[in-house]
Design a protein around this ligand. Sequence first.
Ligand code: NAP
Length: 350
Amino acid sequence: MKNSSLLFISQPTPHSLLEENVHVKVEEREIDIDHVTLNGGVLLKTLILSSDPYMRYRFREPDVPDFCPPILIGDPVDNCGLAKVVRSDDPNLKPGDLVWGYIDFSDYSVYPGKTSHAMKVPLKKIDQHPSIPLSAYIGPMSLPGHTAYLGWKAFMEEKAKTSKTMFISTAAGAVGTFLVEYAKIVAPHLKIIGSTSTEEKVAHLKNIGVDVPINYKTENVGEVLKAHGPIDIYFDNVGGSILDATLMNMRDHGLIVACGCISSAADNSSVKNFEQIFKRSLTVRGFLCYSEAVVPYLEGFWSEIPPLIAQGKITSREHRYNGLKEACNALNSVHTGENTGKAVIVVSTD
Ligand SMILES: NC(=O)c1ccc[n+]([C@@H]2O[C@H](COP(=O)([O-])OP(=O)(O)OC[C@H]3O[C@@H](n4cnc5c(N)ncnc54)[C@H](OP(=O)(O)O)[C@@H]3O)[C@@H](O)[C@H]2O)c1
């Protein structure tokens, strides 16, 4: 039968979006799902794939070092996703099992297959909670939820006890929404300021409890922060000019948690107000999800968070892209702000 895959075919220049048929393309190849060799692995039918901002660092020259592995020219794109086991040589998995892993952007794929890299962990079997939607397992139950929760536990929880005001940039996105909702539960005394790019997303920020939503496209971030600050904790998802404006409005001895720098995809200008770090005695703490400093808190995530998601206290807002034909759009959406929730690609619903 025909098996479509999204292949990586050429590196985009830094700070540019992916162009379909130039950088990635959907290609159909034959697959014999009854006989394809599994080599001790499994044959997967892909259900849902994740589009994450960090993926842009993977579309690079293979000899350029970075924190995540490159995708090689000619290989299918791969990322966190959910799939169903079709055939299995693995004694721990059987046909029909639902699994999470670093799955190829293909209708069907053999796992682990020929592509191996540091992120390609063994498949994790999912026992879906009846009150948690499947796609949440690549949203609040996966990387975005882990990032917000682990960052909070490792760096912000203690500081929040003596803080008044927290600012979260990209607050309407997957990581941001989780952090807002979780902070509202565990530190309700905090005034939360959140920034985003459209009025529709501002309305979402109000719905999830952000006290001061900012539309950074139409408002002056620095003036709003000045009126509602000073800021004790800044959870930085964007870098660039929003970080600059925040540096000028931090309280002395404040904390900046550097989670991402998504504005650098479009704008590589450097931060101008770096000197505020010493002038205001700030602490700046960068981190990667699953790194040594934060991973000890993962156990707490599994006991604390699934019930909150099942009760609807932590929500799962997603932006669905349908099929591999929309995968290139989905990968770009997180860099244009088109996504109005966790960007997911639904490849199959059965
Ligand atoms: N440290 C880690 O281990 C780790 C792990 C996961 C994610 N992250 C980081 O967390 C951040 C959020 O990730 P996510 O998965 O939750 O994505 P997301 O927020 O669901 O989607 C990305 C959002 O970034 C915003 N954006 C895009 N281009 C921008 C620009 N030039 N300037 C300002 N904002 C821009 C857009 O939101 P607006 O419409 O609001 O502008 C877009 O919707 C990213 O920086 C990501 O790299 C870090």
